[in-house]
Every structure is written in C-alpha cells, then in structure tokens.
Design a protein around this ligand. Structure first.
Ligand code: ADP
Ligand code: MG
Length: 216
C-alpha cells in the first residue's frame, strides 16, 4: 500500500513540530513500519536529531530545498508505510502548502498558553485552503504539547481550543526531559528503555491514535 503522509505544521516556532514528528516517526519505525521523515525546515532539526546518534529507527531526508515537495514525495510513496513531514514555522510558505497538499493527516502541536494559541490560529487557514484546493479529505488534529493539565490556567486555555475549529487528539505530550534526551541521543523513545516508561506510554498512545485515524 502507498504511504500514509502526516504533515506536522504550525505557524509558531517552538511549538514542538520537530519533537512530535521525530517521536511519532521513531515509534512507527519501532513497530516495524517503513518510515521516512521529510525534513522541510531549513533549520534541519530532524536531520540533526537523527545525526546525533547511530540508532534512529526511521530514515530522515533533508527536503528543505524542494519547492515542489508534493511532487518529490509522490515518487517515493511506494517505498514507505508512513512519511512524516516536519515543516518550518510558516503557515503561508509554499513548502507548507505543498506538505498539506500531499498529506492525509495534518498534526498541529500547540502549547496550551494564550500567546502560543493566538500564533497558531493562522495554520487553520492554511489547512482550510489545502482542503478547498486539492485535498478535500485532509484530516487535521491539534496535539496538545507540553501539557500541564493540573493547573487552572491550562484548563481555561484548553477550553479555548474548540475555537480553532480543529479537533484535538485524545493523546497529548507532557513536558518531559526524556523527549529532549531523545534529541540529544539521536534516538526514539524506545531506546531510553525503562528510564522513560511514562514517556514511552504517552508516545505509544499517540502513535496508536494516529495509526487508527490513518487506517483504511
Ligand atoms: N513535550 C516536550 N517536553 C519537553 N521539551 C519539549 C517538548 N516539546 C518540545 N520541547 C522542546 O522545545 C523546544 C522546541 O521544540 P521543537 O520540537 O524544536 O519545536 P518546533 O519544531 O515547532 O520549532 C526544543 O528545545 C524541544 O526539545
Ligand atoms: Mg522544528
């Protein structure tokens, strides 16, 4: 079967696009899936992450110079089960539009704090534009990142999320040093073993929800 394509997008830098893309790709690859991370951000966070160690389980390719990313990836769909695109923090950039054109699923990591959420609103328009243009079946979900759900502020902020008009995944990522360690070690979460048991459960839940959404 042809690869299912996931675009990780947000106008906001630092929202956790690269972290989400790499944790998800690593987890899918650890399940024996053939996974490509297409790093479309000139900052090349994903590429550096994978180069920081020897054992990152998914393939990572620098596609930041590809203007027509959808065309480039179309040729490679048969080689993978999943392609995860890590995009730059630019809702209106051609490369973001190109990623949203080929994607089956857009994931929008959002940190639950008001300035982050305001900055994230622009991506909703980019997703809508992709649907109206050529990708009417594009699925889109918010992924709450660096969640701290036990605070009153976080609850109030999360209550704002429906304004996005994009549903939220049930799975969330908490703020955890384990995720930063993965980047430092060039690893996926499984490589941290029992040191990161809670983080591992969190990433598994995320991966399972994504697999379910993309199952046909
Ligand atoms: N859930 C998390 N827990 C801990 N640190 C995180 C988490 N998500 C992101 N970070 C850290 O926040 C910073 C920005 O994340 P990154 O994934 O690079 O964002 P983006 O790709 O959207 O710019 C990085 O230093 C990353 O390690
Ligand atoms: Mg990034």
């Amino acid at each position: 079967m042809s690869a299912r394509v996931i675009a990780v997008v947000n106008q906001k830098g630092g929202a956790g696009k690269s972290t989400l893309a790499m944790l998800l790709a690593g987890s899918l690859a650890d399940q024996g899936r053939r996974v490509l991370v297409a790093d479309a951000d000139t900052q090349n966070t994903s590429l550096r992450w994978a180069s920081a160690g020897e054992g990152f389980p998914a393939e990572v390719e620098d596609v930041s110079g590809e203007d027509k990313l959808h065309k480039h990836l179309k040729k490679r769909l048969d080689n993978y089960d999943y392609i995860v695109i890590d995009t730059p923090p630019a809702a209106t950039a051609p490369v973001t539009a190109s990623a949203l054109r080929i994607a089956h699923l857009a994931l929008v990591p959002v940190i639950p704090s008001p300035p982050d959420m305001w900055a994230s609103l622009r991506i909703r328009e980019a997703i809508q534009a992709a649907r109206e243009d050529r990708n009417p079946d594009l699925l889109a979900y918010i992924v709450v990142n660096q969640a701290q759900l036990n605070t009153i502020l976080a609850r109030e902020v999360l209550a704002l999320l429906p304004e996005f008009g994009i549903p939220m995944l049930a799975a969330q990522l908490k703020s955890r040093t384990a995720y930063r360690q993965c980047a430092a070690l060039g690893a996926g979460i499984a490589a941290l073993g029992s040191r990161a048991a809670m983080a591992s459960l969190e990433v598994d839940a995320l991966r399972r929800e994504v697999e379910f959404l993309l199952s046909v």
